[in-house]
Design a protein around this ligand. Structure first.
Ligand SMILES: Cc1cc2nc3c(=O)[nH]c(=O)nc-3n(C[C@H](O)[C@H](O)[C@H](O)COP(=O)(O)OP(=O)(O)OC[C@H]3O[C@@H](n4cnc5c(N)ncnc54)[C@H](O)[C@@H]3O)c2cc1C
Length: 247
C-alpha cells in the first residue's frame, strides 16, 4: 500500500477509503471538463462542506470535525487523484491555507462569521500573501492596512491568489506598521486569472493597484503571527520561510 505510514491507524485508512469513493464518484468524472473550462462549479465547495471535508481539523463548535492533521494530509493525497490538480489545490487553499489562520488567530466573532460558513462550503476563502515583488520573501510584503474611521483601508497588489476571482473573503497579509500610501477607493477588483505553468486551474487572480476599504477586516495578521502560523504545524505540506521583521 503506497500511502501506508506508521503514524496512520485503521481509522485513518477507513477515512481514506470513504474519501476515495467520494473523489471517484463526485470529482474524477468531471476533471477533464473542469480543467478545459479552467474552473469548477462553486457547488463543489457546498458538496465537500456537506460531506464534512472542509473542516477536518477545526473545532466542532464551528462545524469542524476536530480530527488530527493526518486526516488533512490524507485529504490532500486523495484530492489530487481526482485528475484535476486545480480543483484539489483550490479546495486545499480554501480549507487549509485560508482557514487555518482564522482557526488559530481569529476571534470567536470572526470564526462565526468566516470560519463556520467556509467549513459548510457556503463561503469561498482565499489566502492573500504573494505580491508581484514578494513571493518567498514574505518580509518584502508592501500591501498596507491602515485605520480610517471604523474601517481598515487596504492598499497594494496581490498575485497568484488561488480562488481569488470568486472568493467571498481573503485572509490577507498586510503591513499595519508602515506609513501607508495611495488613494482611497471603495472595492477591489480581481483581474483575469493567471494560468500558471502546469496548473491551468485554480482561478489564481491578480489584484493590482486598487485600494479597498472594508468595513470589517477579516483578519489582521502581523508578520510575527504569520511566522508562528507557519511554524505551528511542521507537518504542513507547504511551508513558507518567514523573515521576522520588527518595525
Ligand atoms: C498555482 C499557484 C497558486 C498560488 N496560490 C497562492 C495563494 O493562494 N496565495 C498566495 O499568497 N500565493 C499563492 N501562490 C504564490 C506562491 O506562494 C509563490 O509563487 C511562492 O511563494 C514563491 O514565490 P515567487 O513565485 O515570487 O518565487 P520567488 O520568491 O521569486 O522565488 C523563486 C526561487 O528563488 C528561491 N529563493 C527565493 N528567495 C531565496 C533566498 N533568499 N535564498 C535562496 N533562494 C531563494 C525560491 O526558493 C524559488 O526557488 C501561488 C502560486 C502558484 C504557482
Amino acid at each position: 500500500m503506497a500511502d501506508a505510514a506508521p503514524w496512520l491507524g485503521p481509522e485513518h485508512e477507513e477515512f481514506r477509503r470513504a474519501l476515495r469513493a467520494v473523489v471517484e464518484r463526485e470529482l474524477a468524472p468531471h476533471a477533464d471538463e473542469w480543467e478545459a473550462a479552467g474552473i469548477f462549479p462553486r457547488e463543489t465547495y457546498g458538496l465537500m462542506g456537506k460531506l464534512g471535508y472542509l473542516g477536518l481539523r477545526y473545532a466542532p463548535e464551528y462545524g469542524g470535525a476536530g480530527l488530527d492533521f493526518w486526516y488533512t494530509l490524507i485529504l490532500a493525497q486523495e484530492l489530487v487523484k481526482c485528475g484535476s490538480v486545480g480543483t484539489a489545490v483550490s479546495l486545499l487553499a480554501h480549507m487549509e491555507f485560508a482557514l487555518s489562520v482564522i482557526d488559530a488567530r481569529g476571534t470567536p466573532e470572526q470564526k462565526r462569521e468566516f470560519l463556520a460558513p467556509a467549513i459548510r462550503g457556503e463561503k469561498i476563502a482565499s489566502i492573500g500573501i504573494s505580491e508581484p515583488g514578494a513571493g518567498s520573501d514574505v518580509g518584502a510584503v508592501r500591501t498596507t492596512a491602515r485605520r480610517e474611521g471604523g474601517d481598515w483601508v487596504i492598499n497594494g497588489s496581490k498575485t497568484f491568489i488561488t480562488n481569488g476571482t470568486r472568493a467571498d473573503f481573503v485572509s490577507l497579509v498586510a503591513r499595519t506598521g508602515g506609513p501607508g500610501s495611495g488613494a482611497h477607493a471603495r472595492g477591489c477588483r480581481a483581474r483575469a486569472p493567471h494560468r500558471p505553468l502546469g496548473l491551468d486551474m485554480g482561478a489564481a487572480a491578480q489584484d493590482r493597484d486598487d485600494a479597498c476599504s472594508i468595513e470589517r477586516l477579516a483578519m489582521g495578521l502581523g508578520l510575527l503571527q504569520l511566522g508562528e502560523f507557519h511554524r505551528h504545524d511542521e507537518q504542513r505540506a507547504r511551508a513558507l520561510q518567514v523573515r521576522e521583521q520588527r518595525r
